[in-house]
Design a protein around this ligand. Structure first.
Ligand code: C2E
Ligand code: MG
Ligand code: MG
Length: 378
């Protein structure tokens, strides 16, 4: 405590000495606010450099050497904001952005505040939207290329907000991941998807359904128990549920997730690595994971027929996956030509607009029924 106070006092004094035309306030804990009067950005930048240089030398407190790392976020008046509140908020956003980018100083950039407010807005609206039924699951078919009667599906979340309109999962998933609401979404999605599988079974259709998980979900200990309970109460065979985890997420938390992944696999579920090719997994990591499917990211598939590079990557990923005993799905299959190539490369499953866009549950049911009827007629 004592040393901490002494450090803060020393830091304050050092910065204060550099501010010949300005004012220094302590904001709380280890944050200071410097109000700098300067003719232009360059002179502010000079002061910032001085501050960083000053703290290159460790502080001497009670005979102890203490290194201090200083992060600086800057907002300019009047260019960035013209009220004290907004300036402070924007300087703070710049500070956080700088920390995230691992840059020691960072200037506010136009649009960040709006983006931040939009994120706050989404995060505040989410719970209500989920309760009010503005969030739903759509389903997209996955087709086995050798046995077209063998069907699967992927559940994809859709948020239609009455005022904000359609909000894409690419925008809101990472917002609710950082707010912790993702576990709520995942549980809701698992429940909805399993009920959907039950309805399909009641209609005489047995197919699998994939649900997307976030890495955070796998850090929650009771996820396997939750899934087991749902499958049992709905009398849905575990083999019909697939869980997709993105490559980057699974690799970031591989060790911590492994236990839960194994428990899920032992329940009889299929685990799948999504967006494969966009992360940096090593073969040894891949071999350790109890997964059964690789989904090649659509960025490698969308232009497959015109890109020799993509063909090389996709073909070798398929071979590699097969060597490891994995089933391979290609996502983003939009044309017959691409499907034909994938078939030629030995890919197991295809998913994409060629077959269907993601559809609401009722429409998906109709799609499946007519797809199966057409196959029988052929
Ligand atoms: P993903 O899991 O890789 O899903 C595939 C995405 O590709 C979906 O985008 C799908 O609509 C799109 N897609 C499918 N076929 C084609 C095609 O032929 N061409 C093109 N251009 N795109 C195609 P969507 O629905 O916007 O979802 C984006 C991402 O958001 C998903 O990527 C997934 O990572 C995440 N996501 C969606 N629903 C959930 C969910 O319930 N939970 C979690 N944690 N993440 C979800
Ligand atoms: Mg997916
Ligand atoms: Mg994907």
């Amino acid at each position: 405590q004592e040393i901490g106070d002494a450090v803060l006092r020393d830091v304050g004094q050092k910065i204060n000495r550099l501010l010949t035309h300005g004012e220094l306030l302590r904001l709380g804990s280890d944050e200071f606010l410097a109000i700098i009067m300067a003719p232009d950005r360059e002179s502010v930048q000079d002061i910032i450099e001085f501050i960083h240089t000053t703290f290159k030398t460790p502080l001497q407190i009670n005979g102890i050497q203490i290194s201090v790392e200083v992060n600086i976020g800057i907002a300019a008046y009047p260019a960035d904001a013209d009220s004290a509140d907004a300036l402070l908020r924007r300087a703070n956003l710049a500070l956080n952005e700088g920390r995230a980018r691992e840059e020691r100083s960072c200037w506010y950039q136009p649009g960040w505040d709006e983006k931040h407010l939009r994120r706050l807005h989404l995060f505040r609206e989410f719970d209500h939207s989920l309760g009010a039924g503005h969030i739903s699951l759509y389903y997209q078919p996955k087709i086995n290329l050798d046995q077209p009667e063998k069907l699967g599906s992927e559940a994809l979340v859709r948020w239609h907000h009455p005022e904000l309109g359609f909000i894409s999962p690419d925008e809101f998933i990472n917002v609710i991941e950082s707010s912790g609401q993702i576990t709520q979404l995942t549980r809701w999605a698992l429940k909805t998807a399993i009920l959907h599988l039950r309805r399909l079974l009641d209609a005489g259709i047995s197919m699998s359904c994939s649900v997307n998980l976030s890495a955070l979900d796998l850090l929650v200990d009771d996820l396997p128990a939750y899934v087991a309970e749902l499958l049992q109460s709905q009398r849905v065979p575990a083999g019909q549920l697939v869980l997709e985890i993105t490559e980057s997420a699974i690799m970031r938390e591989a060790d911590k997730c492994l236990d839960n992944l194994r428990r899920l696999r032992d329940l009889g579920l299929t685990l799948s690595i999504d967006d494969f090719g966009t992360g940096y997994s090593s073969l040894s990591q891949l071999k350790k994971l109890p997964v059964a499917e690789l989904k090649i990211d659509k960025s490698f598939i969308l232009n497959l027929d015109s890109s020799a590079d993509d063909q090389l990557i996709v073909r070798s990923t398929i071979d590699l996956g097969h060597t490891l005993g994995l089933s391979i799905t290609a996502e983003g299959v939009e044309t017959e030509a691409i499907k034909a190539l994938l078939k030629q490369f030995g890919c197991d499953t295809a998913q994409g607009y060629l077959y269907s866009k993601p559809l609401p549950a009722e429409d998906f049911m109709r799609w499946v029924t007519s797809y199966l009827a057409e196959l029988r007629d052929e």
